[in-house]
Design a protein. Structure first.
Length: 341
């Protein structure tokens, strides 16, 4: 039986990611180039610079990934690419490349939802979850709880009404004067601090629903820094309390989602899924309840082409790859995951 090989292309923001997956076997190889150094001087992602760098990096990364797997372009069966959500210009680079290459090779191009890639990324692990499960997506500007019954079968349970958890980490880090990228640096500082020294709110902890709100938490941090006795030496303790507040809310809502759905498996995916405290607390609390939590490997928490290739392979395996685009495509910078089928 012929191998079905899927190339994955991810260019939604500031990482150029390329992956190669085989239907029925899984990931064969992947490569990622991060633009952190490029954007650090500006304190955040500059969309035009991101797009230009994707143009420079995509072809070399494709060549590296194929070489690592011992695969030629002519061996490819399909090309999956992130079509949204994300930065419009950055998305267009990956989409244009993928559609053109697919047309040249006369193979299908498969548009993939960026968050679906994250949602399915824990299935790349040695011990993957099985459907159905609840997914906690904490990726960049998205904090969502989804009920997942299968590939393309997603029901939105709750989401953030303002800042997502990842945004709150980045914005809080910036107001604390931490360098870009602030979120991971804030988390490392938090591990050195004592949370109990400060008292920050747990927004919507007792709202009775599965919605989130982190904008007010960021404001509470700002208020704390403006107290007359606040000094730079207090930053690790304040960071620890901020992290504890976010983790408390995420854990409480995730447990409520499991109870509401009657499911016993939780998948956590996205950049905040790499947070060590979140991983520890969820494993401890869900373990006591007889539930299990799954996280992607750390290399799949940030944006990557592996998850896009894998999502494309799963869509082929389940017959949900959609009709051929025929080279006609459009990106969707804003695209609710609940609209996916």
């Amino acid at each position: 039986m012929a191998r079905i090989l899927v190339l994955g292309v991810e260019t939604s923001c500031d990482e150029t990611g390329i992956g190669l997956a085989e239907v029925g076997r899984g990931l064969l190889a992947h490569r990622v180039f991060s633009q952190i150094d490029l954007h650090a001087a500006y304190g955040g992602v500059v969309p035009e610079l991101a797009s230009r760098d994707h143009v420079r990096r995509t072809v070399p990364l494709v060549n590296e990934t194929l070489a690592a797997a011992g695969v030629r372009l002519e061996d490819l069966s399909a090309i999956a690419y992130t079509t949204g959500p994300g930065l419009a210009g950055a998305l267009l680079v990956g989409a244009g490349f993928a559609e053109a290459l697919a047309l040249a090779l006369d193979i299908p191009a498969i548009p993939v939802h960026h968050l679906e890639g994250h949602l399915l990324s824990p299935m790349l692990s040695a011990e993957p979850p099985a459907f159905p499960f609840v997914a906690l997506l904490v990726s960049g500007g998205h904090t969502q709880l989804m009920s997942v019954s299968g590939v393309g079968d997603y029901v939105l349970l709750g989401e953030s009404v303002d800042d997502a958890a990842g945004e709150a980490f980045d914005k809080t880090a910036k107001l604390l004067g931490l360098p870009y990228p602030g979120g991971p640096i804030l988390s490392k500082l938090a591990d050195q601090g004592v949370a109990a020294r400060f008292k920050l709110p747990r927004p919507m902890l007792h709202s009775g629903d599965l919605m989130f709100s982190f904008s007010g938490l960021k404001t509470a941090v700002l208020t704390a820094t403006r107290q007359p006795d606040f000094t730079p030496a207090d930053i690790p303790d304040l960071a620890a309390e901020f992290q504890a507040a976010v983790v408390d809310v995420l854990c409480a809502k995730a447990k409520a989602a499991l109870k509401q759905t009657g499911l016993t498996q939780l998948v956590v995916a996205g950049g905040v899924g790499a947070n060590a405290r979140l991983r520890h607390v969820l494993r401890e609390e869900l373990g006591r309840r007889g539930a299990r939590v799954y996280f992607p490997e750390l290399e799949y928490c940030s944006d990557n082409g592996a998850m896009i290739a894998f999502a494309g392979a799963l869509r082929i395996a389940t017959g949900k790859q959609g009709a051929s685009t025929g080279g006609v495509f459009a990106v969707r910078p804003r695209w609710p995951l609940a609209e996916l089928a």
